[in-house]
Design a protein around this ligand. Structure first.
Ligand code: PEP
Ligand code: MN
Length: 264
């Protein structure tokens, strides 16, 4: 990863605001839900719409996502609002389907980053494409595993890369769903200063009342972006109900957050 400058180039090429704001529901639920949220976010600082359509749930029996059908809804949201779109991919087949539906950014979930064979398979499916990939930290606080996943993409010639800090699981009960362990992404940035770093406060918090403070901490640390789960009716969301905020709350947060102006 010598030529690190090119890692940042996609942020500039997209002409995106600093910080980059990715927002949208944990899961795509219905076409109406995706389109409604996209329209509520259209004129906000959020330039990228997120929605999970394949949901890797920790235990079976929970909602596992609408599957490929949701890609059509995301594509429609992109056409109607001009937002870029992103979803999680967890195998090579997901990559193929996402590519067919013009998904701009693919993210790798925390349960996928832990698995080098799957990461390798996904990286190879992306070879020769021009897609942007954001790699979430693995569920466990293992910096080498996180970096290793990033390196697998880089080696497969996927150069538009970034990382998402979503916290680390622990058996202890803390105020967080996943402990932030702020030092770990700082260590990662020290190793690769030009790798864009995005905070996912939603999965760190697991509850909506501390999302704002987490966002502010990230901006104080000069993170490059935020990915915030956003739903018009958070309490009735089909997944991660306790941590989602409404689009209007996000708009208010973006007004209230103190954003450092330097872009590095
Ligand atoms: C998500 O973004 O909805 C998700 C499942 O995230 P993670 O992989 O961080 O648990
Ligand atoms: Mn979620």
């Amino acid at each position: 990863m010598e030529n690190k400058k090119e890692l940042r180039s996609w942020l500039d090429a997209f002409g995106l605001n600093h910080p980059l704001v990715i927002a949208g529901p944990c899961s795509a639920e219905t076409e109406e839900q995706v389109l409604k949220i996209a329209h509520q976010l259209k004129d906000s600082d959020a330039t990228v719409l997120r929605a999970g359509i394949w949901k890797p749930r920790t235990r079976p029996g929970n909602f596992e996502g609408v599957g490929a059908l949701g890609l059509k809804w995301l594509q429609k949201a992109k056409e109607e609002t001009g937002m870029l779109i992103t979803t999680e991919v967890a195998n090579a087949n997901h990559v193929d389907l996402a590519l067919q539906h013009d998904v701009d950014i693919l993210w790798i979930g925390a349960r996928t980053t832990v698995s080098p064979f799957i990461v390798q398979e996904i990286a190879e499916a992306l070879k020769g494409t021009d897609k942007t990939v954001l790699v979430k930290n693995p569920v466990n606080p293992d910096l080498a595993l996180w970096l290793g996943a990033v390196e697998r993409f880089y080696t497969a010639n996927v150069k538009k890369l970034g990382v998402i800090h979503r916290g680390f699981s622990t058996y202890e009960k803390t105020r967080y769903r996943n402990n932030p362990e702020w030092q770990l992404p700082i260590d990662l940035q020290n190793r690769f200063p030009d790798l864009p770093l995005i905070l996912d406060p939603s999965h760190i918090a697991g509850r909506r009342d501390i999302i704002f403070d987490l966002c502010q901490t990230a901006l104080d640390l000069n993170y490059d972006g935020l990915m915030v789960e956003t739903h018009f009716d958070p309490d009735n969301a089909w997944s991660d109900a306790a941590q989602q905020i409404t689009p209007s709350t996000l708009i208010q947060f973006m007004d209230d957050l103190k954003i450092r102006k330097e872009t590095g």
